[in-house]
Design a protein around this ligand. Structure first.
Ligand SMILES: *[C@@H]1O[C@H](CO)[C@@H](O)[C@H](O)[C@H]1NC(C)=O
Ligand SMILES: *[C@@H]1O[C@H](CO)[C@@H](O)[C@H](O)[C@H]1NC(C)=O
Ligand SMILES: *[C@@H]1O[C@H](CO)[C@@H](O)[C@H](O)[C@H]1NC(C)=O
Ligand SMILES: *[C@@H]1O[C@H](CO)[C@@H](O)[C@H](O)[C@H]1NC(C)=O
Ligand SMILES: *[C@@H]1O[C@H](CO)[C@@H](O)[C@H](O)[C@H]1NC(C)=O
Length: 418
């Protein structure tokens, strides 16, 4: 018996440390069904009310263009091959399968870096920045910075298994800290978070002060100040901040429908006091086997939240990228579990601006066309702010919207990592 117990103990130890499996995306099996559905989905030929703009939802001509491209000019296999150029793995933590990219630098002193996406996002959002960040960059002061880059799929997204019903971002924060430390063996690391990833990353920044040793955000889980509050505090805004503030006002005023639909309970913290109860399963199941429907829901938001110049200049947020984003959700059957992210985290936007118990540096960047703007005077209340930068190009999806700028921001973080 003792021997058997010892043996079982040995097996348990081995499985706990050897539980990382190489992974490749292979979604070819679902492709014929997807293609048939897209081809056979009818859209109206003319808009019902031609003057009704984006405040009323996704634009028909945009949807027609993307649908046509999906049928005639889009090659999933090519996109899948590009994603598979990233080294990917799965592991099991607790009861959950966690899928992640792990691209290592050739440099021995590369800094471990966790990139955390949101909704509608995935590992794809960081495709243009992952490999460049593994390469060595020499700062003007002669310091070399490179990263070992880890990009997990959030629980319930793509190949990461759906979490229990009441699973919160704080639990995802613990899961990702376990991934970095216990599974991958990095005693300390830096992180970048956007959208829901900024809430998860902020929990990590405040809860794991010995392991998270620098953090960069482009979004924060706080209620953004109103133009009136900013004016009352006599804060002078730059041109980039003015654009971003107008975007914030617009987003809060006209673009909360998706948020409410995907959230299950009264959601007050954005100042939306009269909301009714909504159901993530309605949208989750209505669009579960409806790729053009997912395209309208995800593609419409993606377009609205990115720079109006998306797809030009430094932007990699092309129509092809939008189709790949939607294809990933559709082909992995994870649309429904991804929208539950909202239902499980109602009330994530904090109203109290307080400093968390950490001495790790924090960096923040504004992308002019992001959907929420925080002035420096606010950001410095919630962390050890060492850098506040502004980019006049880019929106909510910095990794696709302006990858050179995000690479620059994250490399700068390396100078503060300790
Ligand atoms: C795993 O799932 C089982 C059965 O649902 C549950 O009893 C157990 O507490 C779960 N473990 C963890 C670590 O969540
Ligand atoms: C930075 O990298 C370059 C090229 O590999 C090397 O020559 C230089 O010594 C490095 N600098 C530092 C400070 O390590
Ligand atoms: C989830 O939380 C809600 C609200 O606290 C509770 O009513 C429900 O029973 C929980 N569901 C599960 C599956 O734990
Ligand atoms: C803003 O400026 C006005 C006019 O100079 C002044 O009365 C007010 O006290 C200032 N408010 C703050 C918060 O500094
Ligand atoms: C890290 O967090 C612990 C627990 O909250 C706290 O006691 C400690 O002071 C923190 N360290 C720093 C440097 O803030």
């Amino acid at each position: 018996m003792v021997l058997l117990a010892l043996f079982l103990g040995f097996v348990a130890t081995v499985t706990a440390t050897a539980a990382v499996q190489p992974f490749r995306i292979d979604l070819a099996k679902g492709l014929p069904h997807l293609e048939a559905l897209v081809k056979n989905t009818n859209l109206p030929s003319e808009p019902l009310y031609p003057g009704a703009g984006e405040d009323f939802g996704v634009q028909l001509d945009f949807l027609h263009d993307l649908k046509t491209q999906w049928v005639e000019g889009y090659d999933w296999t090519e996109q899948e091959a590009e994603l598979n150029q990233l080294a990917q793995y799965t592991t099991i933590i607790g009861n959950q399968t966690v899928h992640f990219v792990h691209e290592k630098s050739d440099d021995e002193d590369a800094i471990p870096l966790l990139l955390i996406h949101g909704w509608p996002g995935s590992i794809q959002e960081f495709l243009p920045v992952i490999k460049p960040l593994t390469q060595s960059w020499t700062s003007p002061t002669g310091k070399n910075v490179s990263y070992n880059v880890v990009v997990p799929s959030l629980p319930g997204f793509l190949f990461s298994s759906p979490p229990p019903q009441n699973w919160t971002n704080l639990e995802t924060a613990r899961l990702f800290n376990t991934l970095m430390t216990d599974v991958l063996g990095y005693p300390k690391y830096a992180l970048h978070g956007t959208d829901w990833g900024s809430d998860i990353g902020y929990h990590m920044y405040e809860s794991f002060n010995t392991t998270v040793r620098a953090a960069h955000f482009v979004f924060l889980p706080f209620q953004p100040p109103s133009p009136q509050e900013i004016a009352d505090k006599n804060i002078t805004l730059s041109d980039v901040q003015k654009i971003a503030l107008q975007r914030t006002v617009d987003w809060l005023a006209t673009d909360q429908g998706y948020f409410q639909e995907q959230t299950f309970k009264r959601f007050n913290s954005l100042g939306l006091t009269n909301n009714i109860i909504l159901q993530p399963n309605d949208i989750g199941l209505a669009l579960y086997d409806n790729p053009v429907g997912q395209l309208a829901w995800i593609g419409g938001s993606t377009k609205l939240w990115s720079d109006p110049r998306a797809g030009t200049g430094p932007s990699k947020l092309t129509h092809t990228a939008i189709l790949t984003s939607v294809s990933l959700y559709y082909l992995t059957g994870s649309f429904q579990s991804s929208v539950w992210q909202y239902a499980r985290n109602g009330g994530a936007f904090r109203t109290e601006y307080t400093k968390p118990p950490t001495d790790a540096p924090m960096l923040y960047s504004i992308y002019a066309y992001n959907i929420v703007m925080f002035p420096e005077e606010y950001v410095e209340k919630v962390g050890n702010l060492v850098s506040y930068k502004e980019h006049d190009f880019g929106g909510h999806f910095a990794g696709l919207d302006n990858p050179p700028a995000l690479i620059e921001d994250i490399r700068e973080m390396g100078l503060y990592f300790k």
